[in-house]
Design a protein around this ligand. Structure first.
Ligand SMILES: O=C(O)CCC(=O)C(=O)O
Length: 302
């Protein structure tokens, strides 16, 4: 969802929490993730188990794809008139002030994958992306376990409520520019996003009336909580408003993996989190209904 906000400069000393997943104290990690999710709706994880070499290869195949001639990228273009968002897409005429060069396709579960939207060039794109999908899924499940625990629930609750989750990879390509922004301010419709970048900073989150830069840490994964986690937690976890800027001199690339409830799963405040003292703040809806209502301004608080 896109939201306009007054812009402020960032106080330089504040940044999203950084959480070390190699910490052996499980309760401490769950507490840190829960606190970051309540206060920020975003955090970064380090020592997360995704090999640095795999990230390097992911960056490489993504860069190679975006450097292909336009006609080759168009071979996996979003289908005109299709409801599906999968495929390669360039600038969006509805958002003339933001960049929108991207590739988007599902990566899990296998039954949802349509390989016709996966580039054939470079030739190792599929192998690298499949390996990344396996790792990112493992990490997501670990994070969802901590997020569940942070709400006082069993580790599997969030994962089960999402029906295991549908995973989509988006690759954003922002060439150097000082005249447009990258991604406009928005919260994610999804449950979660796990984002890595090519090392060029640009992501910002909105907190306490300020846009704050997210520090770019080599090999860290930025976790962005979306609308569905906010709704499941009955508002305890924040869905963070975020946007991205473009660099004047360098090309910036990002690889968010977005995790949605499986199609048809109804998502609303978890029964364990509501009661007389805590009435549900959100209606229970499938993602499809939620997106329809949100885009047609039919929801108040979400
Ligand atoms: O590229 C970024 O830093 C943010 C991307 C983003 O928010 C999105 O793709 O929805």
């Amino acid at each position: 969802m896109e939201v306009e906000r007054v812009q402020y400069t960032s106080p330089p000393s504040v940044t999203v929490p950084i959480i070390d997943l190699s910490d052996l104290d499980d309760d401490l990690v769950a507490h840190a993730l829960g606190k970051a999710s309540e206060e920020w709706g975003a955090f970064q994880v380090v020592n997360h188990g995704i090999p640095a070499e795999l990230m390097r290869r992911l960056h490489e195949v993504g860069r190679q794809f975006f450097e292909l001639p336009a006609a080759e990228k168009e071979a996996v273009a979003v289908l005109p008139g299709s409801k599906s968002l999968e495929g390669y897409g360039a600038k969006n005429p509805n958002l003339p002030k933001s960049w929108n060069d991207h590739l988007f396709h599902k990566i899990w579960p296998e039954s949802c994958i349509d390989y016709s939207f996966w580039p054939k060039n470079p030739t190792d794109y599929r192998e690298v992306t499949e390996e990344y999908a396996r790792h990112v899924m493992k990490l997501t499940e670990k994070i969802m376990g901590y997020l569940s625990k942070g709400l006082g629930l069993g580790r599997e609750v969030l994962k089960e409520t999402l029906g295991g989750g549908e995973y989509m990879l988006r690759i954003n390509y922002y060439p150097p520019s000082d005249s447009v922004i990258g991604a406009p301010a928005h919260t994610d419709f999804d449950a979660l996003a796990l984002l890595v970048s090519n090392g060029v900073p640009g992501l910002q989150v909105f907190k306490d009336s300020h846009w704050l830069d997210v520090e770019d840490i080599n090999s860290a994964v930025v976790v962005i909580l979306g609308d569905q986690i906010m709704r499941l937690s009955n508002g305890r976890y924040k869905s963070v408003l975020h946007r991205s800027t473009m660099d004047k001199e360098k090309t910036r690339m990002t690889w968010p993996v977005l995790i949605d409830p499986m199609p048809g799963m109804v998502v609303g405040p978890l029964p364990e989190l509501i009661g007389d003292e805590n009435p549900p703040k959100f209606e229970s809806l499938t993602l499809e209904d939620y997106i329809y209502r949100r885009t047609n301004m039919l929801l108040g608080g979400g």
